[in-house]
Design a binder for this molecule. Structure first.
Ligand SMILES: Cc1cc2nc3c(=O)[nH]c(=O)nc-3n(C[C@H](O)[C@H](O)[C@H](O)COP(=O)(O)O)c2cc1C
Length: 323
């Protein structure tokens, strides 16, 4: 029957590993792509030399397609990302955005990648952005729901997927946000998804190069441990509740948000690094989505792709009936 996401991206399994800043580095990306999914470098905030170095590391592990991430908001960071991707030429540019998409700006960038032979995966948070991305020529659209790890968005994964599937039947769609089990993936197939993206679930894998304490924090977390920190800054992110998160939430409860925002920005500087690299799960920011409550182990990457897809397909083959 074929799968539209696999066909569009040249991969074997319709599983995308979400870009994760300073987390989805070469060892994870290479392992995901080698196993037949799409590995995505969390390169959105990296200097160009590091992005190019990471791409070289991935290529030592596999010759299969992988992607690099950038944010298509008009910032100097975007220019760094565009230049690194055009030079390093991964098979796919994986494009996120913090603000609503502008059609002309989006089309200009997608065209640059397409002319260089690079596919475009657009990760969107609203139907409006999906329509812009599709018109601008995105090869695949990821619908990222509000519960997904990273920066907090507004629309639920279930509603967003349904909206995009209804409005864009001809575009391959990947559901994202809150996914960790084959049973969820099977349900999403019925809802019209061609594939799935997982971020938090790939943090808890053997190959992910973050500190083991962070992986344990994901496994130990339950659903209500995941809190949205930094609402006052306008760019909140999901974090596992710990000393740092409690302090941030208290500041937002006690202070006018304009004051809290400055303090939180200061506290956030380097906080991801303190958790991910140094392993301090109390003082560092352990970013993870609400789905952490469904993640109970730290398997090899291949289990989250090959074994996962075998179970997913098995579930779809079962005959379900309402009556
Ligand atoms: C630790 C962490 C860092 C993230 N950093 C980025 C990023 O730099 N760029 C991006 O596009 N998405 C980022 N995300 C979002 C993921 O790519 C993905 O869309 C999300 O994790 C999917 O939801 P899930 O965690 O429920 O699977 C991040 C997510 C996590 C958990």
């Amino acid at each position: 029957m074929g799968n539209r996401v696999c066909d569009a991206l040249g991969i074997e399994y319709p599983v995308i590993q979400g870009a994760m800043a300073w987390t989805s580095m070469a060892p994870l990306v290479g392992a995901v792509s080698a196993a037949g999914g799409l590995g995505v470098l969390g390169s959105g905030f990296m200097p160009k030399e590091i992005i190019l170095g990471q791409m070289a590391e991935v290529r030592k592990m596999t010759d299969k397609p992988f992607a690099a991430n950038l944010f298509i908001d008009p910032t100097p960071m975007l220019e760094v990302g565009v230049s690194a991707i055009l030079e390093g030429k991964p098979a796919v540019a994986y494009i996120d955005s913090l603000n609503l998409l502008d059609y002309d700006f989006t089309k200009k960038h997608y065209d640059m990648f397409h002319e260089a032979g690079i596919k475009v995966v657009a990760k969107i948070n609203y139907l409006e952005d999906a329509l812009v991305a599709a018109k601008a020529g995105a090869d695949v659209i990821i619908t990222k729901g509000f519960e997904g790890g990273g920066h907090v968005t507004k629309v639920s994964a279930r509603v967003l997927l349904a909206e995009v599937v209804e409005n864009l039947p001809d575009v391959p769609v990947v559901a994202s946000g809150g996914i960790a089990t084959p049973r969820q993936a099977a349900g999403l197939t019925v809802q019209g998804a061609d594939g799935i993206e997982m971020g938090t679930a790939f943090m808890a894998t053997q190959e992910c190069p973050i500190h083991p304490n962070c992986k344990d924090a994901v496994v130990d977390a339950i659903d209500r441990d995941i809190v949205a920190c930094g609402q006052s800054t306008g760019e909140p992110s999901w974090q596992i509740r710990n000393g740092l998160a409690d302090e941030m939430l208290q500041l937002e409860a006690d202070l006018p948000w304009s004051e809290a925002a400055d303090k939180i920005r200061e506290m956030s500087m380097g906080s991801l690094r303190i958790a991910s690299l140094e392993g301090d799960r109390e003082k560092g920011a352990v970013l993870a989505g609400q789905v952490a409550g469904l993640i109970h182990d730290i398997p090899p990457v291949a289990d989250r792709i090959v074994k996962f897809c075998a179970e997913w397909e098995e579930l779809l083959k079962k005959q379900y009936s309402l009556f």
